[in-house]
Design a protein. Structure first.
Length: 226
């Protein structure tokens, strides 16, 4: 069974591109790397409208209604928010997520420390996770900022190595980019869907491939068919 997945992130309350992509791409599944919007920016009814159309799995970032995401369920009863340390199985492939942004403390509810990221990853080790979703990015892998600096963290790189997924999806840095590795794995930063960025994947238990990337925030419409 091959599924078509739409990958979005960093909408910050603007879902126009999400709905347009859902209509145009007709995906089976929507995967979000977080930052749907701060509490109050997106009405619960709009989330429900999406859930009536397709299955949604997401992590939260630093601009999300965390309590609302925790309460949302897909039509099959599966959680919309990917639980830490567990995977969700979707027609033979496994998806797992680590929510939050890196910090040294818990001053904010969406902060997550190095130790916590690694502990979550260790629970997923050896579980044949197909796709790992995080809001933060692994340092050195698809973590370039719009200013050209590196904005990733070592803990998310450690998580990538420990979980060993076929694909690692991230966001937060608002710059679409792709890093393909010799191992056949890839790290995809979807960019910011608020400015039109998204990607389309084909997923099976054996393989994950990118069939399209739209990178409007780079100043052009870029479609990549692999």
């Amino acid at each position: 069974m091959v599924l078509k997945a739409l990958v979005v992130g960093d909408m910050h309350g603007q879902l126009e591109t999400v709905w347009k992509a859902v209509e145009e791409e007709r995906p089976d599944l929507l995967i979000c790397t977080g930052d749907w919007g701060d509490p109050g920016q997106i009405a619960p009814q709009e989330y429900q409208s999406l859930l009536e159309r397709l299955t949604v799995h997401t992590v939260y970032g630093n601009h999300d209604d965390m309590e609302l995401l925790k309460a949302l369920r897909n039509r099959d009863g599966s959680p919309v928010l990917l639980p830490h340390g567990e995977f969700v199985e979707v027609q033979g492939f496994r998806i797992a997520g680590i929510s939050g942004i890196w910090a040294k403390s818990h001053k904010k509810p969406y902060y997550i420390t190095d130790e916590e990221v690694v502990a979550i990853a260790q629970k997923l080790a050896g579980k044949n996770v197909t796709i790992l979703v995080t809001h933060g990015c692994p340092v050195g892998l698809a973590d370039e900022t719009p200013k050209g600096t590196h904005g990733g963290q070592r803990c998310f790189l450690d998580a990538f190595k420990i979980v060993n997924p076929k694909a690692h999806l991230c966001g937060h840095l608002h710059k679409p980019q792709l890093r393909q590795l010799k191992s056949g794995q890839f790290v995809l930063n979807v960019g910011t869907t608020a400015l039109g960025d998204y990607a389309v994947l084909k997923i099976s238990p054996e393989n994950v491939s990118i069939v399209k990337r739209i990178a409007q925030s780079l100043g052009r419409s870029e479609v990549e068919v692999l």
